[in-house]
Design a protein around this ligand. Structure first.
Ligand SMILES: NC(=O)C1=CN([C@@H]2O[C@H](COP(=O)(O)OP(=O)(O)OC[C@H]3O[C@@H](n4cnc5c(N)ncnc54)[C@H](O)[C@@H]3O)[C@@H](O)[C@H]2O)[C@H](O)CC1
Ligand SMILES: [K+]
Length: 546
């Protein structure tokens, strides 16, 4: 699991170490230099003679780069430092000069953008060390203008330079993932001590590239702090996955009640049921009119239509809340789920059930699965005027707000799926592929999540009482992971890149086993349908449990 900690938590953890004279910046700089060298090698460049540009701001972030630059200069690189602050890190500057780094003091230069762009044109690696966790986004001028010019230069450059961000891409919201101004997109972010929330959360996460976490010795200090954002990896999901034992039968494995699909959208019923059945559970009880029931049966003859006890509900895919009969059925299922204190997934039309506060103060075992537009409608209906654009600009904040307003867990769908409970860590899962942006994919996810929640059986009832409210959130994140993994398999892209929790400061010279991300991604993949994703689920789960 990747655990991201806020800037304040990182500072609290580093304080006693710095007071005790621990060489945190030395470790950070050495690891940074090692990663830059590895990027060069990976692209087939020799280290001696490579041209590197450091973009140096006024804080310790700039200090990291100056010390790293001195290591690289000693290894034969031609290192230029564009120093953009009046008072850069003094010891770092001295070390850089002593090692032969060419220092260009450009703070206040009238032709700043031209001067830096000219240096940048000659460099194969740009190291973004303008600001780190000590800065508040957005970047101020003149750095904002400079970053805009550099981003344009990079996009126009025939052999794109590698951009390595130090700690965070300068200008992102470190704690909230916001992108309120210009940011130079990075290929790699080398982050110190622990991942930061903005490296996992959209929209900033998309600008961070691959994230490498450097162990500078903060782990002990951070162990006592709750992470702000988590990302589950395959191992975490496997650990959460309910496995059938020899004594299990269909009722102990979990039964899911499904209210999905309608005359108008019959396919949603088939897809939600396919998602559930192929994720693995004891039984699906489907509630619906003749169509789509006959379609569901044609594909899944194992589905039962007789009412009875269930351990979870999935409600709302392919249902228009204005369809009175279906709306009534959704309401019945929801009320039954709440009364029995079993988990309920509300998707698509089912979200209308919580547009008013008729069911106030929901338990965290109710999981809402909106996309950005649906979340905006829900928040607006609950008195928090919100547009889709607002949600896209700050997905985590709005998911959390919806969780606080309703009490439920909120899984916000998007290229990165964000899960928020009313409290506890957020989850940010980026396991899927853009090929997954296709009709019906959300119906499959509702089925996956419903099956996983049902698989926990009555064990989740205690969470309905508010204790350990974060458990449904971790299961929602696990469902997003498996859904994304199935999509990648279906698209022919292999398994999701494995996030590496900690990369120690000395990186292996040759790519060892921990470099799975480079071996399991086979090209761009190809188009998939929602049903393809459902079909790939058993293999996705089996691969996970291997
Ligand atoms: N986590 C660790 O264990 C270690 C982290 N290190 C690095 O130190 C930075 C944090 O350094 P700090 O000096 O506190 O702040 P910054 O360098 O991020 O920024 C201060 C710098 O930026 C200017 N500034 C602030 N806001 C803005 C803005 N909106 N626009 C433009 N400029 C801004 C401010 O005036 C200062 O000049 C951390 O990220 C790591 O990289 C250490 O190596 C120790 C180990
Ligand atoms: K930076």
């Amino acid at each position: 699991m990747i655990r991201a900690h806020t800037a304040a938590d990182v500072r609290t953890a580093e304080e006693p170490l710095l007071a005790a004279g621990e060489p945190l910046m030395d470790r950070a700089a050495f690891a940074l230099a090692t990663h830059v060298a590895a990027e060069l090698r990976e692209r087939g460049h020799r280290i001696p003679g490579s041209v590197i540009l450091l973009l140096v701001g006024g804080g310790n972030n700039g200090g990291d780069a100056l010390f790293a630059g001195s290591h690289l200069a000693r290894r034969g690189c031609q290192v230029h430092a564009a120093v953009l602050a009046e008072h850069p890190h003094a010891a770092g500057l001295a070390a850089a000069r002593a090692a032969g780094v060419r220092v260009h003091e450009l703070a206040g230069a009238p032709d700043l953008n031209d001067a830096v762009t000219a240096l940048a044109r000659r460099a194969g690696v740009w190291v973004d060390a303008l600001t780190g966790i000590g800065a508040r986004a957005p970047l101020r001028e003149p750095l904002a203008g400079l970053v805009t010019a550099l981003a344009a230069e990079r996009a126009a450059s025939p052999d794109e330079p590698v951009v390595v961000a130090v700690d965070v891409p300068s200008g992102i919201g470190v704690d909230d993932g916001a992108v309120p101004g210009p940011v130079l997109p990075a290929d790699v972010t080398v982050t110190m001590g622990a991942a930061k929330p903005g490296l996992l959360l959209p929209p900033a996460a998309a600008l961070a590239g691959r994230v490498e976490v450097v162990d500078v010795g903060l782990e002990g200090g951070l162990a006592g702090q709750a992470p702000a954002v988590c990302r589950l990896s395959a191992t975490d999901v496997a650990d959460l996955w309910p496995l059938p034992g020899p004594a299990d039968h269909k009722y102990t494995r979990g039964v899911l009640g499904v209210v999905a699909g309608s005359q108008t959208y019959p396919g949603a019923a088939v897809l939600a049921v396919a998602g559930a059945v192929r994720t693995g559970l004891g039984m699906v009880r489907y509630h619906g009119p003749e169509i789509p029931t006959s379609l569901v049966h044609a594909r899944h003859p194992e589905v039962v239509t007789a009412p009875g006890r269930v351990q979870a509900w999935a409600i709302g895919c392919g249902i228009d809340p204005d369809d009175a009969a279906r709306a009534q059925e959704m309401e019945r299922g929801f009320a039954a789920g709440l009364a029995a204190r079993v988990p309920v997934v509300l998707d698509a039309g089912g979200l209308s059930l919580v547009h008013d506060d008729a069911h106030a103060d929901l338990p965290a075992t109710v999981v809402l699965t909106p996309h950005a537009g649906e979340l905006a409608l829900l928040l607006t209906a609950r008195g928090e005027d919100t547009t889709r654009e607002d949600v896209d600009a700050a997905p985590a904040r709005h998911a959390r707000l919806a969780a606080e307003v309703t009490g439920a867990t909120v899984l916000l769908k998007g290229p990165t799926t964000v899960v928020a409970a009313p409290d506890g860590p957020l989850y940010a899962q980026a396991d899927a592929t853009p090929w997954l942006a296709t009709a019906g994919a959300g119906d499959v996810l509702a089925g996956v999540l419903g099956a996983l929640l049902a698989g926990y059986g009555d064990a989740l009832a205690v969470y309905a009482e508010g204790r350990l409210a974060g458990v449904p959130a971790s299961l929602a994140a696990a469902a997003a992971y498996v859904h994304g993994r199935a999509a990648r398999l279906a698209a022919g892209q292999g398994t999701p890149p494995r996030p590496r929790d900690v990369i120690f400061s000395v990186r292996r010279a040759s790519h060892g086993e921990d470099d799975i991300s480079r071996h399991t991604t086979t090209g761009q993949g190809g188009p998939i349908s929602a049903l393809d994703v459902a079909v790939a689920l058993p293999a996705a789960v089996a691969g996970l449990l291997r």
